[in-house]
Design a protein around this ligand. Structure first.
Ligand SMILES: [Zn+2]
Length: 203
């Protein structure tokens, strides 16, 4: 798929009008519905971040990005009509100058653990510190898991050994490009294929 800046859609000018832009009265560009969010991919299709749809349109119009997936909404700017993009891809590769580190948040923990309680597999509703904070447990990726309220309440201030419980696998910080986008934003379902996320994981 290619750029969706499809050129003029304000009606084909009659052949022979050398410069529409001069022949037509200028119509101010309406501030259309550009309040949405757009997934920004690197030139390599690696997810980079989420930008406003308005920002994404500016990038497309400047030929700095191309639309990969679009909505049915359109924005009229100057003499160009642009479909509001859901996903855009930079035309030139940018180096990401910072190491990927995922902020620890409730949403991100839930996403990492598949929205389920690590102890019983039920629906997660809370965050549990594996080593309780009251006993020196840290609020870090390797000590935080998603849990249901019942398990959390049952475990309270005890350790796993005291409970006779175990974890399916040791918790750790998530990695991968997709995780940059989690923990602080709602994920548009249309981003999933680019984020490598299964449909069942809701953020
Ligand atoms: Zn549970």
């Amino acid at each position: 798929m290619s750029i969706t800046a499809l050129g003029s859609s304000s009606g084909p000018g009659p052949a022979g009008s050398r410069r529409d832009v001069l022949a037509r009265p200028h119509t101010p560009a309406p501030a259309a519905c550009t309040t949405g969010a757009t997934l920004l991919l690197n030139a390599t299709y690696e997810p980079l971040c989420v930008v406003s749809s308005r920002r994404a349109i500016v990038l497309v119009l400047a030929a700095k990005a191309e639309a990969v997936d679009v909505t049915d909404d359109e924005v009229h700017a100057e003499r160009v009509t642009v479909a509001v993009p859901v996903v855009v891809r930079l035309t030139r590769y940018v180096r990401v100058p910072y190491p990927v580190s995922v902020p620890l948040s409730r949403r991100a923990v839930f996403t990492r653990d598949g929205q389920t309680c690590v102890y019983c597999g039920g629906s997660a509703t809370s965050i549990d510190h594996v080593v309780p904070r009251s006993r020196g447990g840290t609020h870090t990726w390797d000590n935080v898991v998603a849990a249901c309220r019942r398990c959390n309440h049952t475990k309270a201030d005890r350790s796993l050994a005291e409970m006779g419980w175990s974890l399916p696998h040791p918790p750790g910080a998530p990695s991968g490009a997709a995780w940059r986008l989690l923990g602080h934003r709602t994920v548009d379902p249309r981003w999933r294929e680019w984020l490598g996320m299964p449909d069942s994981v809701s953020a």
